[in-house]
Design a protein around this ligand. Structure first.
Ligand code: NI
Length: 171
């Protein structure tokens, strides 16, 4: 089951608090992560969270060099993180367009913290990593961690009138 059709908004799994990963060496993680990778690549996501493929575990994957869904954004290094957490580094927020493989065809302006520090268990490096990020990189992390807490981007907006079909926007 390499490429999975992402669950769509309305599916209850997307509204759940996902479970912590307790054993980083659990063999079943390899299959979940491969399915996430195949699905993210096929649907050209900048990130994906395990609940989007129906697995309610705290695993996210993200990163791109150039992405056709977000043409103007700078590259973000590829990583797979288990049990990720973030904290804002200051109170600065910025509004930006977001989309999601679980909300196909729609975009919305969402305010996110501009500068964050985040950490998690890096599945490739086999260690906890601590990273600072700003701008779109920070936005992707906040969006993906939201998936682990049952939050989708339209729930976050304070600008509901910006909710738009992609083909009506010039972004
Ligand atoms: Ni998403």
């Amino acid at each position: 089951m390499p490429i999975v059709t992402p669950l769509k908004m309305g599916n209850k799994i997307l509204l759940q608090i996902a479970e912590q990963v307790n054993d980083y060496n659990d063999e079943s993680l390899n299959t979940i992560i491969q399915d996430m990778k195949d699905t993210m690549d096929y649907y050209k996501g900048v990130g994906i969270a395990a609940p989007q493929i129906g697995v309610s575990k705290r695993i996210i994957m993200y990163g791109f060099d150039k992405n056709p869904r977000y043409l103007n954004e700078k590259p973000v290094p590829f990583r797979i993180l288990c049990n990720p957490e973030y904290i804002p580094l200051d109170n600065d927020q910025e509004e930006g367009w977001e989309g999601c493989l679980s909300v196909p065809g729609l975009r919305c302006l969402v305010s996110r913290f501009k500068n964050i520090a985040y950490k998690g268990y890096d599945f490739n490096k086999k260690e906890i990593v601590n990273i600072e990020a700003s701008g779109f990189h920070a936005r992707v992390i906040q969006h993906e961690i939201d998936h682990l807490d049952g939050m989708l981007f339209p729930f976050r907006t304070d600008n509901i009138k910006s909710l738009s079909f992609e083909d009506e926007l010039n972004i």
